[in-house]
Design a binder for this molecule. Sequence first.
Ligand SMILES: [Zn+2]
Length: 329
Amino acid sequence: MIAIHFDPANLDQEQKNWWTEWQLKSTAATDRVIDAFEGWMSGKPTKAFQFDFQNEVWKKLKDWLLEKIFHNKCAYCEREISGYYGDAEHYRPKGAVKFLAADGTFGEPQFQLFGKDGPSQTLQPHPGYFWLAYDWRNLIPACVYCNSGEGKNERFDLGNGRIHLVLVALGADKVVAMAVEERPRESKKWPGYYYLTPQLLDGRENPLLLNPLNPAPDRDPRKHIRFGVRGIAASVSGSPYGKNCIETFQLRNEKLRQKRQKAQETFRSEYYDALRRTNPEDMVHSEALVLLDQYNKGEYPFSAAALDYLDVMRRMEAVMLQQLAGEET
Ligand SMILES: [Zn+2]
């Protein structure tokens, strides 16, 4: 997994038009699901909240993101995928949530239903982060292995003692002080309660799963997952975030390891070939630097594994040079 940085503010005019049009659809679809949820909760429900989401809205964005931003790769395991096979993975699950409990079984988080005057004592299974179903910050292109089957599905584990949130009380002054795009949506039926944005949720929930899209510096996937020689995946210093991702996405799967190893070998030969062609007096135009930059941006499958491999090779070279220097003195 490698960090992918994307800011819609930097799109060119043509892409910006497309983006604005998509945002309008996303906002309308979000309004519909929130209205449905608030209607459901006002009706003193006995059954879980169900909603018929408009898949075509996020599918459209997934195809666009996959091609333009995620380099036709699964954002989690970095294998190559074509648009047809890729899923629009909701980082925070949209329709139901489960988490791995301390005893190794999966649990369903609960939330407090709202009555006329706010939160009541009645509990229901968490409805999922339905208000983020069409939020681009929550849509991650992923392969079928990572998104379904034994992969992520509805799983979303949090750090110890944290609660999966739905509506949260916030002071209006606090909300007004936020940047416009960071402002949470206020409930229509329960003023003063808000559906939080991904960033606000991250701070309060402490998700154990790393998000490759615009991560905070201390959640950069490469600080938590390392790939050694032969593409072997390990968590950095036992990082709980690294561990959670390796387990959730089965990054130790043997076929995946083999693909990473192959990618490391390809990278090694391409990088050293480019280095050989580099003129030391013109580093700016160095093909090797261009290649490194592309890998740093995650443009190739298994970029993180390739870069980690380069670190290993450099450390080995340094040791060898030290030994040679030792022999000469
Ligand atoms: Zn994947």
